[in-house]
Design a protein around this ligand. Structure first.
Ligand code: PXG
Length: 296
């Protein structure tokens, strides 16, 4: 075990983890006013870094949050943080909050946004999740609607997902599936969702309120390259129960099979063959330096 303390980037300076602190007046803390990204580096290359940086700036644009760095400077700051920490395989958390204001929620009181970059070891699902698959429940907590604090924007407001996760924890299962207020399947708590039905790969459109997942996009592209038909279509809870295969996708989770939902087995309750094929392809891709930005 390495005992070296990691450095955390805050507004252009590097602080030891034990000294990396944010003001209690930061509106990220007081109101969840900000945006973030979760990114992964594999063997010296940051997977899909450009896509993550682009999404961060899109999220910031949607909430009218000014990021005082160019995308190029932000990319450099991420790489520099990894280098300082001598991390070649890591989990990266990029957070931009509205910054320090007063006790009112008016963002005009926040003169400068706060930028934080943390790189750390990767925390994965329980060992065996990928091999055996996850058990999930459909949560009663509906996804925030597209005309409200939608999860299409990767904001610091994750209470919607956290409440669903609490339900999964209470039910003693691994993960929760969120429906939108019309009752359509939307996504997991921090993952997009796919089903396989008669060889066709289906995922809900982002108009359900789901995040435009970067892993989701990669999986759609790879599936098409393998010759599968992929469609964005409404998925009902019954479609989940009828599906041949169900899986989640996300930066942290990568691709994980779902084998049981609300105590109904998905087919024979084992990870499906198309899911496993996509998992193998994804593994290859994440190890391909061409797919990311090198840490050098
Ligand atoms: N939906 C939501 C609501 C998410 O937050 C995804 C889908 C998957 O998107 P990507 O682009 O990662 O394929 C996310 C991603 C975490 C964590 O710490 C959360 C995310 C990503 C990484 C880590 O739980 N959210």
């Amino acid at each position: 075990m390495e005992m070296r303390e990691i450095y955390v980037y805050i507004n252009g300076e590097y602080y030891l983890k034990s000294e990396a602190k944010i003001s209690v007046f930061d509106h990220g803390f007081l109101y969840g006013d900000g945006v973030f990204e979760g990114i992964r580096a594999y063997n010296g290359s940051v997977f899909k870094l450009k896509e993550h940086i682009d999404r961060l700036y899109s999220s910031a644009h949607a909430i009218m949050l000014d990021i005082p760095l160019t995308k190029k400077e932000m990319t450099k700051a991420v790489i520099e943080t990894l280098k300082r920490n001598r991390h070649t395989t890591a989990y990266i958390r990029l957070v931009v909050s509205r910054g320090i204001g007063d006790l009112g929620l008016d963002p005009r009181k926040c003169s400068k946004s706060t930028i934080v970059i943390i790189t750390d070891r990767i925390k994965l699902h329980e060992k065996g999740a990928k091999e055996e698959g996850l058990k999930a429940i459909i949560s009663w907590v509906k996804r925030d609607p597209v005309d409200a604090t939608t999860h299409e924007v990767k904001s610091l407001n994750y209470l919607n997902s956290i409440l669903a996760k609490i339900e999964a924890n209470n039910a003693g299962v691994d993960e929760a599936i969120c429906l939108n207020k019309e009752g359509s399947v939307c996504e997991g708590v921090a993952e997009n969702i796919f089903i396989v039905s008669n060889g066709v790969i289906i995922t809900p459109p982002t108009s359900t309120g789901a995040l435009r997942g970067i892993t989701r996009n990669v999986v759609i592209e790879e599936a098409q390259k393998l010759g599968y038909r992929t469609i964005e279509n409404e998925i009902t809870p019954a479609d989940l129960f009828f599906a041949d295969e169900v899986f989640f996708t996300g930066t942290a989770a990568e691709i994980v099979p779902v084998i049981e939902i609300n105590r109904r087995k998905i087919r024979d309750g084992k990870p499906g063959p198309i899911t496993q094929e996509l998992m193998r392809e994804y593994l290859k891709l994440t190890r391909d330096p061409q797919e990311g930005v090198p840490i050098c």
